[in-house]
Ligand binder design. Structure first.
Ligand code: S3P
Length: 169
């Protein structure tokens, strides 16, 4: 059974390309729970895209805005929250997630992530496969430490993953 904490949110973490937003958005529709994406919250607040923020002000500035976006969710209830892939880089974010709800780690595969990254414009420096692979290895234990539940999404259909997570709702 689900650990209910704080605001009763469910947070999705995992590497870029794991399908966090798609899953959270769909579950939100099915279960009439509101869905938010921390990248979109940051973009809305700044009026800039994530990549513009990275370029103009650097990653550290983006990380600060990301933490502020999470903090802003403390006044809400029962959200499904898709987190940016780097959310676990900031220890405070992991604390905030645990204070406000339950954390699901979508554990994927580097090859699937790379395929997704090649199609995305969100972070130019991810385009190097070596960089992305190193980053994923660095983050794996961080995702694990944040997770209340790890869902192995390798070779698993979107429907199956949805059912697994839907049991929490
Ligand atoms: C990042 C992942 C992106 C976005 C930003 C940084 C990362 O989010 O927050 O480009 O460091 O992995 P998604 O995982 O939602 O693409």
């Amino acid at each position: 059974s689900t650990v209910k904490r704080g605001c009763d949110h469910i947070f999705f973490v995992g590497f870029l390309g794991a399908g966090k937003s798609t899953l959270a958005r769909n579950l939100g529709r099915m279960f009439h729970r509101r869905f938010v994406d921390t990248d979109r919250l940051v973009e809305r607040k700044c009026g800039q895209t994530v990549s513009q923020i990275f370029e103009a002000e650097g990653e550290q500035r983006f990380r600060t805005l990301e933490t502020e976006a999470l903090e802003s969710l403390a006044s809400e209830r029962s959200l499904l929250v898709s987190c940016g892939g780097g959310v676990v880089e900031t220890p405070r974010n992991i604390e905030l997630i645990h204070e406000m709800g339950f954390c699901v780690y979508l554990e994927g595969d580097i090859d699937d992530s790379l395929r997704q990254i090649r199609r995305s414009d969100t972070r130019p420096d991810f385009r190097s496969a070596e960089h992305a692979a190193r980053l994923l290895e660095h983050r794996r234990p961080l995702y694990e430490s944040a997770a209340d539940l790890t869902v192995d999404i390798r070779g698993t259909s979107f429907t199956e993953v949805s059912y697994t997570v839907a049991e929490l709702l």
